[in-house]
Design a protein around this ligand. Structure first.
Ligand SMILES: [Zn+2]
Length: 140
């Protein structure tokens, strides 16, 4: 297993978060297997897929990836609260990969099986202030 993120010479993203998303997703596609049934490969789903980030073509399991360059802590930020509730109570609830990295080096990966996600584990964030660009948005 190669622990260094891949070199992507023509990577056009300037934003550090977009760069790390591409590098970590490419690393996952190249190095990771499907932990549900030990299948050999994971396929990357299209960007902005509402379903998840990866799918195993052999068993059909889907996975979402969250990457952090700092200690993982007790909580993770997710998207819109009500959309997240709808997703985790649906039949298309993904398993979760939580990746920790430092600079361009993979450090650790935690897999959280989808059956651990229930509405009880989601925390509703306070709505954004009326002066915010996305006023009223409720994250999780
Ligand atoms: Zn599989």
């Amino acid at each position: 297993m190669n622990l260094v993120f891949p070199e992507i010479p023509d990577l056009r993203y300037k934003s550090p978060s977009q760069r790390i998303r591409v590098l970590s997703e490419t690393w996952m596609k190249n190095e990771m297997y499907c932990p549900s049934y030990g299948c050999d490969y994971l396929s990357k789903l299209p960007n902005n897929s509402k379903l998840a980030d990866f799918r195993c073509e052999s068993c059909g399991e889907i996975y979402e990836l969250k990457s952090k360059g700092s200690p993982i802590g007790r909580t993770l930020l997710d998207g819109a609260y009500y959309a997240a509730i709808e997703r985790i109570t649906s039949n298309s609830n993904p398993n979760l990969f939580v990746m920790r990295y430092q600079k361009n080096l993979f450090e650790a990966l935690t897999v959280v099986p989808k059956y651990f996600f229930t509405p009880d584990v989601l925390m509703m964030r306070p709505p954004l202030a009326p002066t915010a660009r996305r006023a009223g948005y409720i994250g999780s």
